[in-house]
Design a protein. Structure first.
Lengths: 351, 351
DNA sequence: ATCACTGGTGGGAGCGCTCCCACAGTACCT
DNA sequence: AGGTACTGTGGGAGCGCTCCCACCAGTGAT
């Protein structure tokens, strides 16, 4: 608006060259100022900045991308249909963290859904065109081919969670092991004696770790681990019902249940109610994820909270590091590139 | 993987030049094939396509953007904080429509939040850099400066809804007038005699139109319109409660209420219940938006559904037209560039 | 005085495309 | 035969940057 009078004689947007002319310096110098190089004298920098302001200069991203071979954009790839994206708070929390961390930079975030085959096809094309400098992979299944594709294209990527104990990609996970342990520890401290576990899908590494944590929690309390107390579910409400039913058949005297997800806990709650048991009086119940379900359940559900938003931030940090570090193609170790963030038990009335 | 052996001697990605050499044609010809120009013989086209497939050629977007001065990307700008984006089904429906329509093209969709001042600042910078070919504006308030900015930068834009009767931007709206009319018509046909209206914020054009439709609906039935039956609210639950309370004071014998949104209807429902009135026996209730609230209310709420997803599709169609048409800078009229899609009454138990 | 350096700078080359002009070839008129 | 109009094609120019090499002081050591 005001102050942006001179717009370059050619009518279009001003270019580096025009800024250079106006500031009485060379093209290279302007480029250096724009990119924050330290090798510019203060006087020159000031002159260039003045010219930039006067002309209302904005760098042409396409030209920069072409010359520098980078795009200043990263993609958040969601291998799920959009419906689930909106339904699960996981994604909204993640997006918030990612967005917040990214707002400190010049990087642009692209949200890409890859739920259908069509969409995956499109994504592959997109990645092949190297239209992003890096990729954030969330909620990836163990057998997904995407990580391999990214490796082949040499596109830096960070994954949320780990696909297995031998995860090869830089990753940010929450402490599922610690979360499981904390849940059991809490139940023990509340004086519960027979603690069951409704496990998630065992092909999900995080679910395995929760089981491991559950076991260790019992051992820590010098309790014997009875494998029949561990019933696998599939993270669904129906799965939770079935698992709970089975558990009740095996152990009618059970007095505590740790579910691998809030949704499963909701299923378990129904079965417990139907069997005439009160929560928490007869049976204590703990979920996982600390989702809206947990807060709105009757009674409110004790649950293990994962720091999703922080995970998003951490993923960006890692990814930006990966992108910056790729000039020296040194394939550094994974030590510092696999983070595990603590999970936290949120105690409510159900335990 | 297999078949993509030859990747260009230089090790990097193959270029147009390399494809041309391989196909035994010139650079221009390959470009023509890639861009689907009809001015290429079938034989040549086949040869080029073979070379493209063999080399696994993918066009370099940055180079194309630089040379052609276009980005093949459009932005969906959400002038709300992310929280509301996830909370309101409006956005998810819109995104679904937009995504579906866009998947037929080569266009890339960018989702940009402009809820905070910081984000708006960033957006302005982004638009000034012309990083998108066009913009979809959803949920814009009447006094938002964004449309002006876009006009000034000469970036094609389409708005959802209209800011006023004299909307200058290409727009896609739903028939708020028709929706209001249909609601009243329905209530009349159900034998209701005294029909009130809880209006939305009157600085929202769509809310005004719903009032207009309400009035016309009464006139259509040869009923007199009493303005005291129209109570303005603000689209919130609390606003709905206040408006309903006022309406009951004025007309204790009221037997039907048409609310400007489902949320307001929810507020009204509480007040009606507290006053001992039954829905629909004593008072019929109709909402607007056909949101999840409507389906889950007790009793389920009759509501006016807007075809959000279709609106998203239509917006893309319009925008792509705008983008394509901008070479001949002819400022055509707005006739064909302002769409109004029909709203539909979904009848449930509340009426 | 000569020889290193060093911080600061200018500008050529080139990124991979699109646009457009030039031109060969064929077809169809006078 | 000569014109006129296409269709199909090749390749130069140029989009606006970054990268990098060359160069010009100035400074301190020899």
């Amino acid at each position: 608006m005001a102050g942006h009078g001179a717009r370059g004689r050619s009518g279009g947007r001003p270019t580096l060259e025009e800024v250079a002319a106006r500031a009485g310096v060379g093209r290279g110098t302007v480029s250096r100022v724009i990119n924050g190089s330290p090798r510019v004298s203060d006087a020159t920098r000031a002159a260039v900045e003045a010219a930039v302001a006067e002309l209302g200069y904005v760098p042409n991203t396409a030209a920069r991308a072409l010359a520098a071979n980078r795009t200043d954009a990263i993609a958040l790839v969601v291998p799920e249909p959009e419906t689930r994206f909106f339904a699960e708070p996981y994604f909204s929390d993640m997006l918030r963290g990612v967005g917040a961390e990214l707002s400190e930079t010049e990087m642009q975030l692209l949200l890409i859904f890859a739920g259908s085959d069509r969409e995956r096809q499109r994504l592959a094309q997109y990645l092949a065109a190297h239209r992003v400098d890096g990729v954030l992979l969330v909620s990836v299944h163990a057998d997904d081919p995407l990580p391999d594709l990214l490796a082949q294209l040499e596109i830096p990527a960070v994954i949320s969670g780990r696909r297995s104990a031998e995860e090869t990609l830089p990753s940010v996970d929450s402490d599922n092991y610690g979360g499981g342990r904390a849940a059991v520890e809490h139940l023990v401290s509340r004086g519960r004696s027979r603690i069951g576990h409704l496990a998630g899908r065992m092909d999900v590494y995080g679910a395995q770790r929760r089981v491991d944590g559950y076991r260790q929690g019992l051992r820590d309390a010098d309790r014997e681990v009875d494998d029949r107390l561990i019933v696998p579910g599939d993270f669904t409400e129906e799965g939770g019902r079935r698992a709970m039913t089975l558990l009740l058949e095996r152990f009618p005297d059970i007095d505590a249940v740790f579910a691998g997800s809030d949704v499963m806990a909701a299923g378990a709650r129904q079965v417990l109610r139907e069997s005439g048991r009160r929560i928490p009086d007869d049976v204590a119940l703990i979920g996982y994820d600390d989702s809206a379900i947990a807060r709105h359940m009757d009674p409110p559900l004790t649950s293990v909270r994962q720091p999703i938003e922080e995970m998003g931030r951490a993923m960006i940090d890692l990814l930006l590091g990966e992108i910056a570090d790729r000039r020296p193609v040194a394939s550094r170790g994974l030590e510092k590139r696999q983070l595990v963030l603590p999970a936290e038990l949120v105690v409510r009335a159900s335990s």
